[in-house]
Design a protein. Structure first.
Length: 309
């Protein structure tokens, strides 16, 4: 056998062995989006005490979800309790679970017409910025409410200016902590896609963004906003996505989410981050979560070839 022949056979054997143990390029490719779990999906279990906040990371990992989104209501008095936060972080890290964000409620109206009240709301959120930083999150989610009074009559332009003002002030503080501050469409004018996009533009800060929620486009009892159009308007500012399996049109009609259609909107915006499941029917929380997870995975498989980079 010639030396050239021997060299060729050695090279071929090495190549074959390598192919046997190295995954294909498609298997190695970065997923076009990843799946996380919003803690609110399990709110009946958490409010009842059946599930403890400290076990959220563990149960998520047990169900094959390795990134989580906290809700401040489940550790409302612990934002500055470093012993408690250390335990949260230790448990998540121990499970290999990534902490993404904290959804913040009950801290006031970011766009309150009274400037003193508005700045107090900013102050109230600062502790959640520092808690998010400690836990390893990249974002806090706030509400874009212009008044704590539910009887407040919305004013499209004035409410936009005030919410943007409060958001800007909070973002200035959050910038020092490398934390983004995003508003979710969460009722009232915040569920009007153009209005919320306008708030982010008016806030004029790179830390200001959105958390588009597929199912939260019901503004009030008499008005809704098309979910697909709303998500498209909010995605340019998004640092996260909340996935609910029901969507709205402009005429108060609710329907099943078209996963592939919606995820095309998300991906067309250039987003390649986590999509957080926020769905858990009372009494069948995990069944609902896993159903949405499966639908997301089916959509991801269908879209991967087109959107892989």
């Amino acid at each position: 056998m010639t030396s050239n022949r021997r060299d060729f056979l050695k090279t071929a054997a090495a190549t074959a062995a390598g192919l046997a143990i190295v995954p294909s390029v498609s298997l190695q490719a970065k997923p076009i989006f990843k799946i996380s779990l919003a803690q609110w999906s399990l709110n009946p279990l958490l409010f009842s005490g059946e599930l403890d906040n400290l076990d959220f990371a563990k149960v998520s990992k047990e169900h094959g979800i390795e990134a989580i989104e906290y809700v401040n209501q489940f550790f409302m008095d612990k934002a500055e309790d470093m012993k408690y936060l250390k335990e949260m972080k230790m448990r998540a890290d121990g499970e290999g679970v990534t902490s993404l964000l904290i959804m913040c409620d009950r801290e006031g109206a970011l766009g309150h017409p009274d400037e003193k009240e508005r700045m107090q709301t900013v102050e109230n959120h600062k502790k959640w910025v520092t808690a998010a930083k400690y836990l390893g999150c990249h974002t806090i989610r706030v509400n874009g409410y212009a008044n704590a009074d539910r009887n407040h009559v919305p004013d499209f332009d004035d409410d936009m200016k005030r919410v943007a003002d409060g958001l800007h002030h909070l973002c200035v503080f959050a910038d020092d902590h490398d934390i983004s501050v995003v508003i979710e469409n969460h009722g009232g004018l915040s569920s009007h896609g153009k209005w919320l996009a306008g708030v982010i533009k008016a806030a004029d800060h790179p830390r200001a963004g959105t958390l588009p929620d597929f199912g939260n486009f019901r503004m009030n009892e008499m008005e809704s906003y098309d979910s697909y159009r709303g998500v498209k308007e909010l995605m340019p500012f998004a640092t996260g996505v909340s996935v609910k399996p029901r969507v709205w049109d402009d005429d108060l009609n609710e329907s099943d989410l078209d996963y592939e259609k919606m995820m095309r909107i998300v991906l067309d915006a250039g987003y390649r981050g986590y999509c957080g499941i926020e769905h858990g029917p009372r009494g069948a929380e995990w069944e609902g979560i896993m159903k949405v997870k499966k639908a997301l995975m089916v959509a991801r498989d269908a879209l991967t070839e087109q959107y892989s980079e």
